[in-house]
Design a protein around this ligand. Structure first.
Ligand code: FA5
Ligand code: MG
Length: 453
């Protein structure tokens, strides 16, 4: 048995939700993640993620759209990556980015993992899927290793529209959508031969019609949600600071859509990406057994929308069990006209600690990855994030690279990270922060073979 000699956390089985899985050397799911699977915030009554989900769903009404909430988060690598055309070497597949249960089983990294099966099911030509998704990622106020996405798609069938004229049918549906007056920056060409190509089987006017329907639908979702929520806030708070809503479309790349775009909203002096989207690749629809259909798909971050809507300043708050957080949403309906902003409770002092280290020389590092975290010769920042997260948990607000240089003679790289230890719920003592920090330093040496400076 090839796993016997390692003596680490496998072989063995792991229970995730109500199912049991065989682990192998790919397993990298920490307990804190495994035990959070049961939380299902997107269907928890009176939780801001569930309220937000319901508000966004209402912008994609039945019968055109069917709404799914119950897809289990453990999926195959085929569902999460292969079915969508992810190339074999796509960085998203890496153990540094994704939580693996075993070599062919992952915690889904996005709700797109269910696109193929939903297209296959043919239950509706429009749908949304809301679910929890998992990623090894940065630590800051807008990133968390578990978050929630809503996937949406809308298809048209060449064989069911008059004269097979998809472009005309889609334009008629565009005409039926309400207009809006929000200023949208969209300097992007409809398609771009290298960056955002027109698909082989699509006429330019088909892609243009679908793109217009996609963009208008998503803009309407944003306008309706934010302008009504703002009106409610201004009605109840005379000192409400009114900032005009600013949004923009940015070119993007996804293996299963082309052309593709992301939508960003201006928030707290920066552009915040809220969703990715595009015209669905015909190859995916062929695989699903619906080759005569064409359409669009999007995937949005529910936390990002919820943070804007309720003015929630830190993504960790969604996981808080503190009544000072949860009680503010009790009895809050999804009625936008009566929506209440979150009133922050006291902010506790920040406690910054730096850690500086030399990375191991690339050639000698093959023996390093003791815990199976780091791939042998490559350094990946997500491994640092994971170490900090596993030790500090929600007591860490932010981890930032503050300095980086390469030694002119030895060629070795040195990095310095600044960790902000700050709980949302109480003041951390300097001793507590020091204890976390000492353990972080120890684990960096043990798991990543760095040399502390
Ligand atoms: C995707 O996940 C694609 N599946 C979206 C998509 C669907 C594209 C269908 C085309 C067709 P992306 O990795 O950009 O794309 O994530 C989508 C959204 O999830 C982001 O715009 C952001 O709002 C949110 N998001 C991403 N990472 C995090 C995170 N760590 N914490 C919170 N929200 C996140
Ligand atoms: Mg993105």
């Amino acid at each position: 048995c090839r796993y016997k000699s390692t003596g680490s956390a496998f072989p063995g089985k792991v229970k995730l939700g109500d199912k049991t899985y065989q682990k192998d050397s790919w397993f990298n799911v920490p307990d804190s993640i495994a035990t959070s699977i049961d939380r299902q915030l997107h269907t928890t009554n009176d939780h801001p993620i569930s309220i937000t989900r319901s508000i966004v769903e209402s912008k994609f009404p039945a019968p055109a759209f069917k709404h799914y909430h119950d897809f289990f988060p453990v999926v195959s690598t085929h569902e999460n990556f292969d079915s969508l055309g992810f190339p074999a070497d796509h960085p998203g597949r890496s153990k540094t980015d994704t939580y693996y249960v075993n070599e062919t089983t992952v915690l889904r990294t996005h709700t797109s993992a269910h696109e193929l099966e939903i297209f296959q099911a043919k239950e509706s030509d429009g749908y949304t899927i809301s679910a929890d998704v998992y990623r090894r990622d940065a630590i800051d106020k807008t990133h968390y290793p578990i978050f929630h996405q809503m996937e949406g798609a809308r298809l048209w069938d060449r064989e069911k529209v008059a004269h097979g004229d998809i472009a005309k049918a889609v334009w008629e549906d565009v005409e039926r959508l309400p207009k809006h007056h929000m200023i949208v920056e969209d300097p992007n060409p409809p398609t771009h031969p290298e960056r955002n190509p027109l698909q082989a089987g699509h006429a330019p006017e088909e892609a243009a019609a679908i793109a217009t329907h996609l963009k208008r639908s998503l803009e309407l979702m944003v306008v309706e949600i934010f302008s009504r929520a703002k009106a409610a806030a201004m009605a109840t708070n005379p000192n409400y600071h009114d900032e005009p809503l600013k949004v923009r479309w940015v070119e993007a790349y996804f293996p299963w859509t082309s052309p593709s775009w992301e939508l960003e909203i201006y928030w707290q002096d920066q552009w915040l990406e809220v969703l990715g989207s595009g015209v669905v690749q015909q190859e995916l629809l062929q695989k699903a057994g619906v080759p005569s259909k064409l359409g669009w798909a999007f995937g949005l971050g529910l936390e990002r929308i919820a943070m804007l809507l309720f003015e929630i300043p830190d993504i960790r708050l969604f996981w808080s069990q503190d009544p000072r957080f949860l009680s503010q949403f009790t009895g809050v309906s999804d009625d936008l006209d009566t929506l209440k902003r979150f009133i922050p409770f006291s902010k506790y002092p920040a406690c910054y600690k730096d850690v500086a280290f030399w990375l191991p020389p690339a050639s000698s590092s093959t023996t390093s990855a003791a815990g199976g975290l780091a791939p042998p010769q490559a350094f990946h920042e997500n491994d640092i994030m994971e170490i900090v997260r596993n030790i500090g948990g929600d007591n860490v607000e932010d981890v930032q690279l503050t300095d980086e240089f390469t030694h002119p003679v030895s060629g070795r790289r040195s990095l310095c990270y600044r960790i902000n230890y700050r709980s949302l719920e109480r003041t951390l003592t300097n001793e507590e922060a020091n204890r976390f920090h000492e353990r972080v330093r120890g684990e960096l040496v043990k798991k990543m073979a760095v040399e502390l400076r």
